[in-house]
Design a protein around this ligand. Sequence first.
Ligand code: FAD
Length: 550
Amino acid sequence: MSRKVLIVGGVAGGASAAARLRRLDEEAEIIIFERGEHISYANCGLPYYVSGVINERDALLVIKPEAMRNRFLIDVRIYSEVTRIFPEEKVVEVQEQSGKVYRESYDQLILSPGAAPLRPPIPGIKDIEALVVRNVTDIDLIKRTIDEQQPKTAAVIGGGFIGLEMAENLHARGVETTIIEMSNQVMAPFDYEMAAILHEHIFNKGVNLILDDGVKSFAKTEKGTLITLQSGEEVQADLIIMAIGVKPEIKLAKEAGLTIGDLGGIKVNERLQTSDPNIYAVGDVIEVKHIVTGQAVLLPLAGPANKQGRIVADVIVGRDSQYKGTQGTAIAKVFDLAAASTGANEKMLRKLGIPHEVSFTHSNSHAGYYPGATRLSIKLIFDRSNGRILGAQAVGAQGADKRIDDIAGLIRQQGTVYDLQELELAYAPPFSSAKDPVNMAGYVAENIINGDVRMIQWQELSKLKAKDICILDVRDIEERRGKFIPGSLHIPINDLRSHLAELPQDKEIVVYCEVGLRGYLAYRILTQHGFAKVRNLSGGWLTYYPAVFG
Ligand SMILES: Cc1cc2nc3c(=O)[nH]c(=O)nc-3n(C[C@H](O)[C@H](O)[C@H](O)COP(=O)(O)OP(=O)(O)OC[C@H]3O[C@@H](n4cnc5c(N)ncnc54)[C@H](O)[C@@H]3O)c2cc1C
């Protein structure tokens, strides 16, 4: 007898599971229930429709219900919300838009209901139109509001990747935009000093970025919405976009008695089975294991949701397929920069007490002598005891994507900084350097592990008092002009050997240059000339400046 599989949610995880299931089992009866109007839409492309970068609305609809029916013989039921699950009977209750309610039985049920945008009960929120961005209907509303009301100002609440993408696209439409972020940085998966590079860029693009300040209240006024912040500052905006994060849609699962994890996502095993063996769950609604820390996490990303959809179909037809975990590889376009990350960040590792070391490199995206190279900043996080790579973040106008993907591949394979050095990557001057930026990151990390250089991080240095140490700038005079650490001594690297007598023997010397390389050379010179306490500023001025002064 053929199996009957019901799927709740027809987008990333749900549509992927349905299509794979059909490819593996021509006989199965497959029904997708989707609460909204569309299935398989391009959530990730929605912000770009606002500015017209994605011009055709149809381009957002990856596959329409008719095509899913015709090509995959899948019964797609839109405007159909699954309102209850009866696990004992293996039946769900469905409510159509017309109000009609009916029941449908299953052999296996796949839940892929995703995560809903958060709408905290901020005073006044009910009186204003705070728009969210989750689906095509939401973006239609935002676009229509802009077209019809021609707002002059917008406030985007939340500086995560959806908030930044919306801010960029509103700005491109000529709307004066303010981003309001409660924490001290945008893009939570990044550590502060890498996000600080983005802060400077966003500011230079003419978007008002307010950090470290949450919304206290909203009030409808004749001039639009008045937003009062915790600090007392006020922002007036014609259009409000809420993008402060998402919450797994667990109502159905909870009411059905399925086990919910501590983070508020559905608990599943490696076969993506919930606590009921006939019910599977995938995508933003589940808690997954972080492959670096081993901890349960919520990582709402399209790649994992699609992969899990495929795996669950395999499992249902009896294949030995498993989901091993998520590492959070992600990328976002932030105006002219790309910000990409993978694995664990330092904040996460500190919180869990996992020992780690970091390095910063600011390489050229391709050979410096070939026109058009831009700066690519990479933060590498690794385990000093064995060199294992724990995470990485990259920010730059070109090439951040491929470098993070290289490192992501190694993290999956439990690779080390030594593996990073050995990666043999495609090279010609327009594309890269003979020593690719990721090879360089591996070399710097090895120098740290071997003790060839002792580093000091920007946070540590900013806590030290200038009188207790000697900060030595080894850059050229042109680089130093107006841009230096206050109180630092200046001896360019080429003059260092002839000026050693000017340096104190009794104080720690912290050397720095633009990116860390000349600082490393200075470190080697000084330590071999008997200076016992020397450290090199990790990532040099280019890491220190945005983090401390940005
Ligand atoms: C604006 C935006 C930009 C994004 N950009 C990126 C990006 O660049 N990269 C990236 O990796 N990820 C991105 N994401 C995240 C990515 O889209 C999600 O991780 C992914 O779509 C999750 O897939 P899912 O199947 O779990 O849920 P979804 O894709 O959200 O699908 C869930 C569907 O289930 C339906 N549903 C819920 N409950 C019921 C019910 N009871 N009955 C019937 N239907 C129901 C919902 O209507 C919804 O359509 C973005 C998300 C958004 C909103």
